[in-house]
Design a protein around this ligand. Structure first.
Ligand code: LLP
Length: 430
């Protein structure tokens, strides 16, 4: 977050709220989200992509408060399950401003989307075309859809989160002709209204060239559809995936630079083809939610471990771990960490912040120089945990999921309450 400071006593403050007070009131671990920062990032995308539709990708982190904030800042909402759709509807988001994704949407999910009238469903397979067609006919509605295509771009990111190369589960291949065939079937079926094509190449991407290559290939298909099928798609979605800084080495593009690059290529190619520029949209998640939040932990134990060559590493164990942030274990992600509850003049030592779960891979921050006197009861803050941390949280080892607290103008407010052991026991009905 932009609004983090440390006072003279070394206590971290965000949005005018002291973190020791957050810990005293709400406990730890807690995700502390700076509402003004998240809103400002949402607004920055809306402003930079003026005239486009910006859908916030709810998978990054969704709760009713966040759904309201982003829509108040002028964004629409991308959901990819019935659960995310339920949050959006509870938050009062206009269904017309919702896009439904998913490579394996269930019949009840599609039915609900059609019943409430979501703005668009992003179609991901041939079976789904038949499924939506049957349901739309049964309900007597027209399904407004986009066809998700695979642009064949090798995005430079972790293999698990790249989605536009051919050998992965999302989208219909442009090069194999599946995308064109899907469009043909949609256009031939009166149950559908085809809004356009959709492409998403992956996540945590820094190189804007990948987005531009994808846009180029999707536009070529857009033109082919106009020429061969006589349908000029009114819209086009270029997906999300814009990287955020986890460490000081990361240098993400600003929304303004992204907008400029994408706008230029779309306008150039449409002009060359003699086609009107379609209404464009994007779906950023991480770049909006990620930087707004840090996780506040309390230290419980510490341990010195000898490394080869005589050096030592200090293991600092906190009261959460891979259940509230799986990204280090799953994607080898890099995080940093700071002592948040006091000042220390102790010599910094190489430390590894680990959790309380029963496995050695339960690492939150691989390497950080923390003051050598960090001790039980100290609070640590791990920044950049607003995206894909609470949303990927588990209850591994029956550890209840952490609370989310929003801070703004000197006030802290609980927006997602902490799970309790009773919540977990209630599910156990054997
Ligand atoms: N649109 C679609 C169709 C997506 O699949 C995604 C992310 C987004 C938009 C938003 O991407 P973003 O702007 O947030 O990068 N759990 C992984 C990330 C998975 C991304 C899934 N799809 C992680 O923690 O890195």
């Amino acid at each position: 977050s932009q609004n983090v400071t440390k006072d003279d006593a070394g206590v971290l403050q965000v949005g005018g709220v002291r973190v020791d007070e957050v810990a005293a009131t709400y406990g730890t671990p807690t995700y502390v989200v700076d509402e003004s920062d998240l809103r400002a990032r949402a607004r920055a995308f809306a402003d930079a992509f003026d005239g486009w539709d910006v859908y916030y990708a709810g998978k990054a982190f969704l709760c009713t408060a966040v759904a309201r904030w982003v829509t108040e800042e002028g964004l629409k909402l991308d959901v990819c399950t019935g659960g995310e759709l339920a949050v959006a509807l509870r938050a009062g988001v206009d269904p017309a401003d919702i896009g439904l994704h998913g490579n394996n949407k269930s019949v009840p999910e599609i039915r609900q989307a059609l019943e409430v009238g979501v703005g668009k469903i992003i179609v991901d397979s041939f079976e789904e075309i038949d499924r939506i067609s049957a349901l739309a006919s049964e309900l007597g509605v027209t399904a407004r859809v986009m066809v998700r295509v695979t642009a064949g771009v090798e995005a430079h990111t972790h293999e698990y989160i790249a989605t536009a190369h051919e050998d992965q589960k999302f989208g219909l291949s442009i090069t194999e002709g599946d995308a064109f065939e899907a469009v043909r079937r949609v256009l031939a079926d009166p149950a559908f209204e085809l809004a356009g094509l959709h492409s998403h190449i992956g996540s945590q991407i820094f190189d804007t060239a990948g987005f531009e290559v994808a846009a180029h290939r999707v536009l070529a298909l857009h033109e082919r559809i106009a020429v061969e099928l006589g349908h000029v798609c009114p819209e086009m979605d270029l997906g999300g995936g814009y990287g955020m800084a986890y460490t000081t080495q990361d240098d993400p593009a600003t929304p303004a630079r992204l907008a400029e690059g994408l706008r230029t290529i779309v306008e150039r190619e449409c002009r060359a083809a003699g086609l009107a520029v379609p209404r464009l949209s994007i779906e950023p998640g991480r770049a909006i939610a990620g930087p707004s939040t840090f996780t506040l932990y309390e230290v419980g134990t510490t341990k010195e471990v000898a490394l080869d060559g005589g050096a030592t590493r200090r293991y600092v164990a906190v009261d959460g771990g891979m259940s509230d942030n799986i990204r280090t274990a799953l994607y080898d992600a890099d995080y940093s960490c700071t002592l948040a509850s006091r000042r220390s003049d102790a010599e910094p030592v190489l430390s590894r912040v680990v959790g309380k779960h029963c496995e050695a891979g339960d690492i939150v921050v691989k390497d950080e120089f923390l003051p050598g006197d960090v001790a039980p009861g100290d609070l640590l803050a791990v920044p950049g945990t607003g995206a894909y941390c609470r949303s990927l949280a588990s209850t591994y080892n029956h550890v209840p999921r952490a609370a989310v607290v929003a801070v703004r103008d000197g006030e802290a407010r609980l927006i997602v309450r902490r799970e309790t052991t009773d919540d977990l026991l209630r599910l156990d009905v054997g």
